[in-house]
Design a binder for this molecule. Structure first.
Ligand SMILES: Cc1ncc(COP(=O)(O)O)c(C=O)c1O
Length: 482
């Protein structure tokens, strides 16, 4: 992606790729969108994709792949053990990160399962800049506790801080003193911190934090799922790294940590994952769980075709024109939304644009899941599917009480190279309309609530049938338009 200046002076993001394969989209009339949302239990995960116009649920496993990735899939070596595909992927990972050992796993949460199984013991704490849903679910499954020590600025909706994902050094020091090293299972830093708006972590912070881990004998773990966005922000926001290659930056990051894991549904635009380390003891402890939970250690539950695509995708992540596309589109979307006064997380991060549902739906109490209600209403208003990243995405306390999210966000993910600028503008237009009609949005309550990762398949209903009012107002304002 190039940020070019037009003759008119306008700054316009320009795609450094062309589209050579397309998928037909449907945009249903508003009445049908309302019915689809009712049938999906007001949970955007339960919508059928055929009823979705723009799928901004996630960037996970839905990024556009390159022609070279598709070509690589054809040369996959289908063997149970010792496949050439594995060695090609291992080499790509070693070129990108410079770590010695690679354990394949079928996706990010599978890596989290293995790491938590080995290192989390009942009552031990995992310190982290901020949790991710699946990481927290795995850590708590093995009896651990998650403690977040992101700096306060990271939890503010609007900020000018360029690295809101950084750990607060005083909170880290205090937590180590209070808990003692032996009670800390590991320290986890998440790149491009997902749940607080795709916010990056600075090199300085990663170095300072991991230096302390080394001194105190605490294992440091890096979740590199959102590394591509974080690399882009390091290169463009930290003058010290402006002239360094992306390979050099990722090698420097890898040098900080004991363990790196990633979801290749995000990093590398394929579907898979893995764990990396240069420490043989750590590798040895984790290795036996790969055949137990995933598959043999040269495929780890993945299709060899996806592994080939991942190897190429990882190398392409080292190209600034490739990794800049999402953050630049996210920024363009953020500007469109800001023009319509829609409250969003700033500065815009990677992965997507995050709408502040607490402000958007300030008339709704947190018990009624404002972010969940907002994303349901956006679907009805536009056919655009977002993901709730607020209280619904939390897990209840063991006593059954709600854990209210610090941030109530509606995430408009921008999968890599999938949407055009006019589609982005359409999404912003409909969200802008809904903002002007925000008082029509009502709350939600559960009718079926799973105890683990409830946001994936829990079912809800609207309080007071507010969806009818939104559909009727849309029809009145837009006439025959879809
Ligand atoms: C930061 C982060 N870590 C881990 C995961 C889990 O990865 P997966 O969905 O491949 O299991 C995700 C997925 O969205 C993520 O964003």
């Amino acid at each position: 992606m190039a940020n070019l200046k037009f003759y008119s002076g306008e700054q316009v993001p320009l795609e450094m790729h062309k589209v050579r394969m397309v998928q037909r989209l449907n945009l249903l009339p508003v009445e049908q969108r309302k019915t689809a949302m009712e049938e999906a239990g007001f949970n955007t995960f339960l919508l059928k994709n055929r009823d979705v116009f723009m799928d901004m649920l996630t960037d996970s496993g839905v990024n556009a792949m390159s022609e070279n990735q598709y070509a690589a899939m054809l040369q996959a070596d289908d063997s149970y053990a010792g496949s050439e595909t594995f060695y090609r992927l291992e080499k790509a990972l070693s070129d990108v990160f410079g770590m010695k050992y690679y354990l394949p796993a079928h996706q990010g949460r599978a890596c989290e399962n293995i790491i938590s199984n080995v290192f989390v013991k009942p009552g031990k704490t995992v310190l982290t800049n901020y949790h991710f849903t699946t990481a927290k679910a795995m850590i708590t499954l093995y009896g651990g506790v998650v403690e977040e020590i992101v700096k306060d600025e990271g939890l503010k909706i609007t900020s000018s801080d360029l690295f809101k994902g950084d750990i607060d050094m005083e909170k880290l020091d205090e937590a180590i003193k209070r808990l003692k090293e032996e009670n800390i299972a590991f320290l986890r830093i998440e790149s491009g911190t997902n749940l607080i708006g795709g916010q990056p972590v600075s090199m300085k912070n990663m170095k300072e934090v991991t230096d302390i881990c080394k001194k105190r004998g605490i294992i440091s773990v890096y979740d590199a799922s959102l590394l591509a966005d974080n690399l882009y922000f390091i290169k463009t926001r930290d003058p010290k790294y402006k002239d360094m290659s992306l390979e050099q930056i990722s090698h420097e990051i890898a040098g900080f940590f004991d363990i790196i894991y990633f979801s290749a549904r995000k990093l590398g635009c394929a579907r898979g994952g893995g764990i990396l380390t240069s420490n043989y003891d750590l590798y040895y402890k984790m290795r036996e769980l790969v055949p137990l939970y995933e598959g043999f250690i040269t495929y780890g539950g993945m299709s060899v075709r996806e592994m080939e695509a991942m190897a190429v995708g990882l190398r392409e992540t080292m190209d600034i024109d490739v990794i800049s596309q999402t953050p630049i589109f996210v920024e363009a979307l953020a500007h469109e939304l800001q023009k319509k006064n829609v409250p969003i997380v700033t500065p815009p991060g990677g992965l997507g644009c995050h709408i502040d549902a607490k402000t958007f739906c300030e008339h709704l109490p947190q018990e009624q899941y404002p972010a969940g209600a907002l994303v349901a209403a956006i679907y009805i208003a536009s056919g655009v599917r977002l993901m709730e990243r607020g209280t619904l995405s939390e897990q209840r306390n063991p006593d059954g009480s709600e854990v209210f999210a610090i941030m109530e966000l509606g995430r408009m993910a921008v999968p890599k190279r999938v949407f055009t600028l006019s589609q982005i503008k359409y999404a912003a237009d409909r969200v802008g309309w809904l903002y002007d009609n925000r008082k029509l949005i009502g709350g939600l309550k559960f009718v079926e609530e799973p105890s683990v990762l409830r946001f994936f398949f829990g079912r809800l209903e609207s309080i007071g049938g507010w969806q009818d009012k939104i559909a009727a107002k849309f029809r009145a304002d837009f006439g025959d338009s879809l």
